[in-house]
Write a protein that binds this ligand. Structure first.
Ligand SMILES: Nc1ncnc2c1ncn2[C@@H]1O[C@H](COP(=O)(O)OP(=O)(O)O)[C@@H](O)[C@H]1O
Ligand SMILES: [Mg+2]
Length: 250
């Protein structure tokens, strides 16, 4: 449902994402985990058509992103790391703009907005976005994406800026959407988030996918059933010879 083949991005000579291959299935929450600068945001930008890959291809819902960009964009939702929003619009005006842009059923969408705003404690739609904090912008984007009920949702570090309760609500909502068949791809640099929220986890370091699997599979890779993902993550992303050993076995 999301397929990346040899996805690569070079900024000049710098290889930010290096021949990445991954596949995310229907109804799955896929966690893309890695330290800062690993290439997560660059990857999500290529997967969502924001950034052109240097090499490789992306397929979403069975369509090639190069030839079906508009149709794909209509059916996916993206929650970026740094939402770029129009500062002069109010939250309400922004949601109405999205309803028009995607030609949504106004009645349906409005009903969902009310429910979502209640869940995320959004009571500031009358304010101008320029006055929003990062967390408020994050919540507005979440509402604008979820009201559309997209078939695939990409989220880049979605819990950064959210308070604990909103983060919990986000987690429950994503689980519910996944159980209804939505495909969810999220990045995080926080291990516990990947561990708690995701069905399958890919670990990226220095642009390369260095491990992938369910928590159980990753534990097996760590050769210790009691190992936490943190142990494995540190083993895999640390500098040193033992890393080479692990990578050889993957
Ligand atoms: N537009 C750009 N030009 C040059 N280098 C970039 C650009 N965007 C990202 N990078 C570099 O690519 C690497 C991966 O960045 P990014 O994908 O944002 O990492 P992450 O989201 O995992 O923290 C970093 O070293 C970053 O400095
Ligand atoms: Mg990032």
């Amino acid at each position: 449902m999301i397929v990346a083949k040899n996805l690569t991005k070079k900024f000049g000579e710098f290889l930010a994402v290096d021949h990445l291959n991954l596949a995310v299935r229907k109804g799955e929450i896929y966690g893309f985990l890695g330290p800062n600068g690993a290439g997560k945001t660059t990857t999500i930008k290529m997967l969502t058509g924001v950034l052109k890959p240097t090499e490789g291809s992306v397929e979403i819902l069975g369509m090639d992103l190069r030839t079906h960009e508009l149709e794909i964009k209509r059916r996916i939702g993206v929650v970026p790391e740094e939402p770029r929003l129009y500062p002069h619009l109010t939250g309400q005006e922004f949601l109405e703009f999205i309803i028009d842009l995607y030609d949504l059923d106004r009645h349906e969408a409005t009903k969902r907005v009310v429910e979502l705003c209640e869940a995320f404690k959004v009571d500031f739609l009358g304010k101008r976005i320029g006055e929003f904090s990062h967390g408020m912008k994050q919540k507005l984007i979440l509402v604008s994406v979820f009201m559309r009920k997209p078939e695939v949702i990409f989220l880049d570090e979605p819990t950064v800026g959210l308070d604990a309760k909103s983060a919990k609500i986000l987690k429950l909502l994503l689980r519910k959407y996944a159980s209804e068949g939505t495909i969810i791809f999220m990045t995080t640099h926080i291990l516990e988030i990947a561990e708690k929220m995701c069905d399958r986890i890919g670990i990226i370091n220095k642009g390369r996918l260095i491990a992938e699997g369910t928590m159980d599979e990753l534990r097996t890779l760590a050769k210790d059933e009691r190992a936490t993902l943190e142990d494995l993550f540190l083993q895999l992303t640390a500098e040193g010879e033992d890393i080479e050993e692990i990578i050889k076995e993957l």
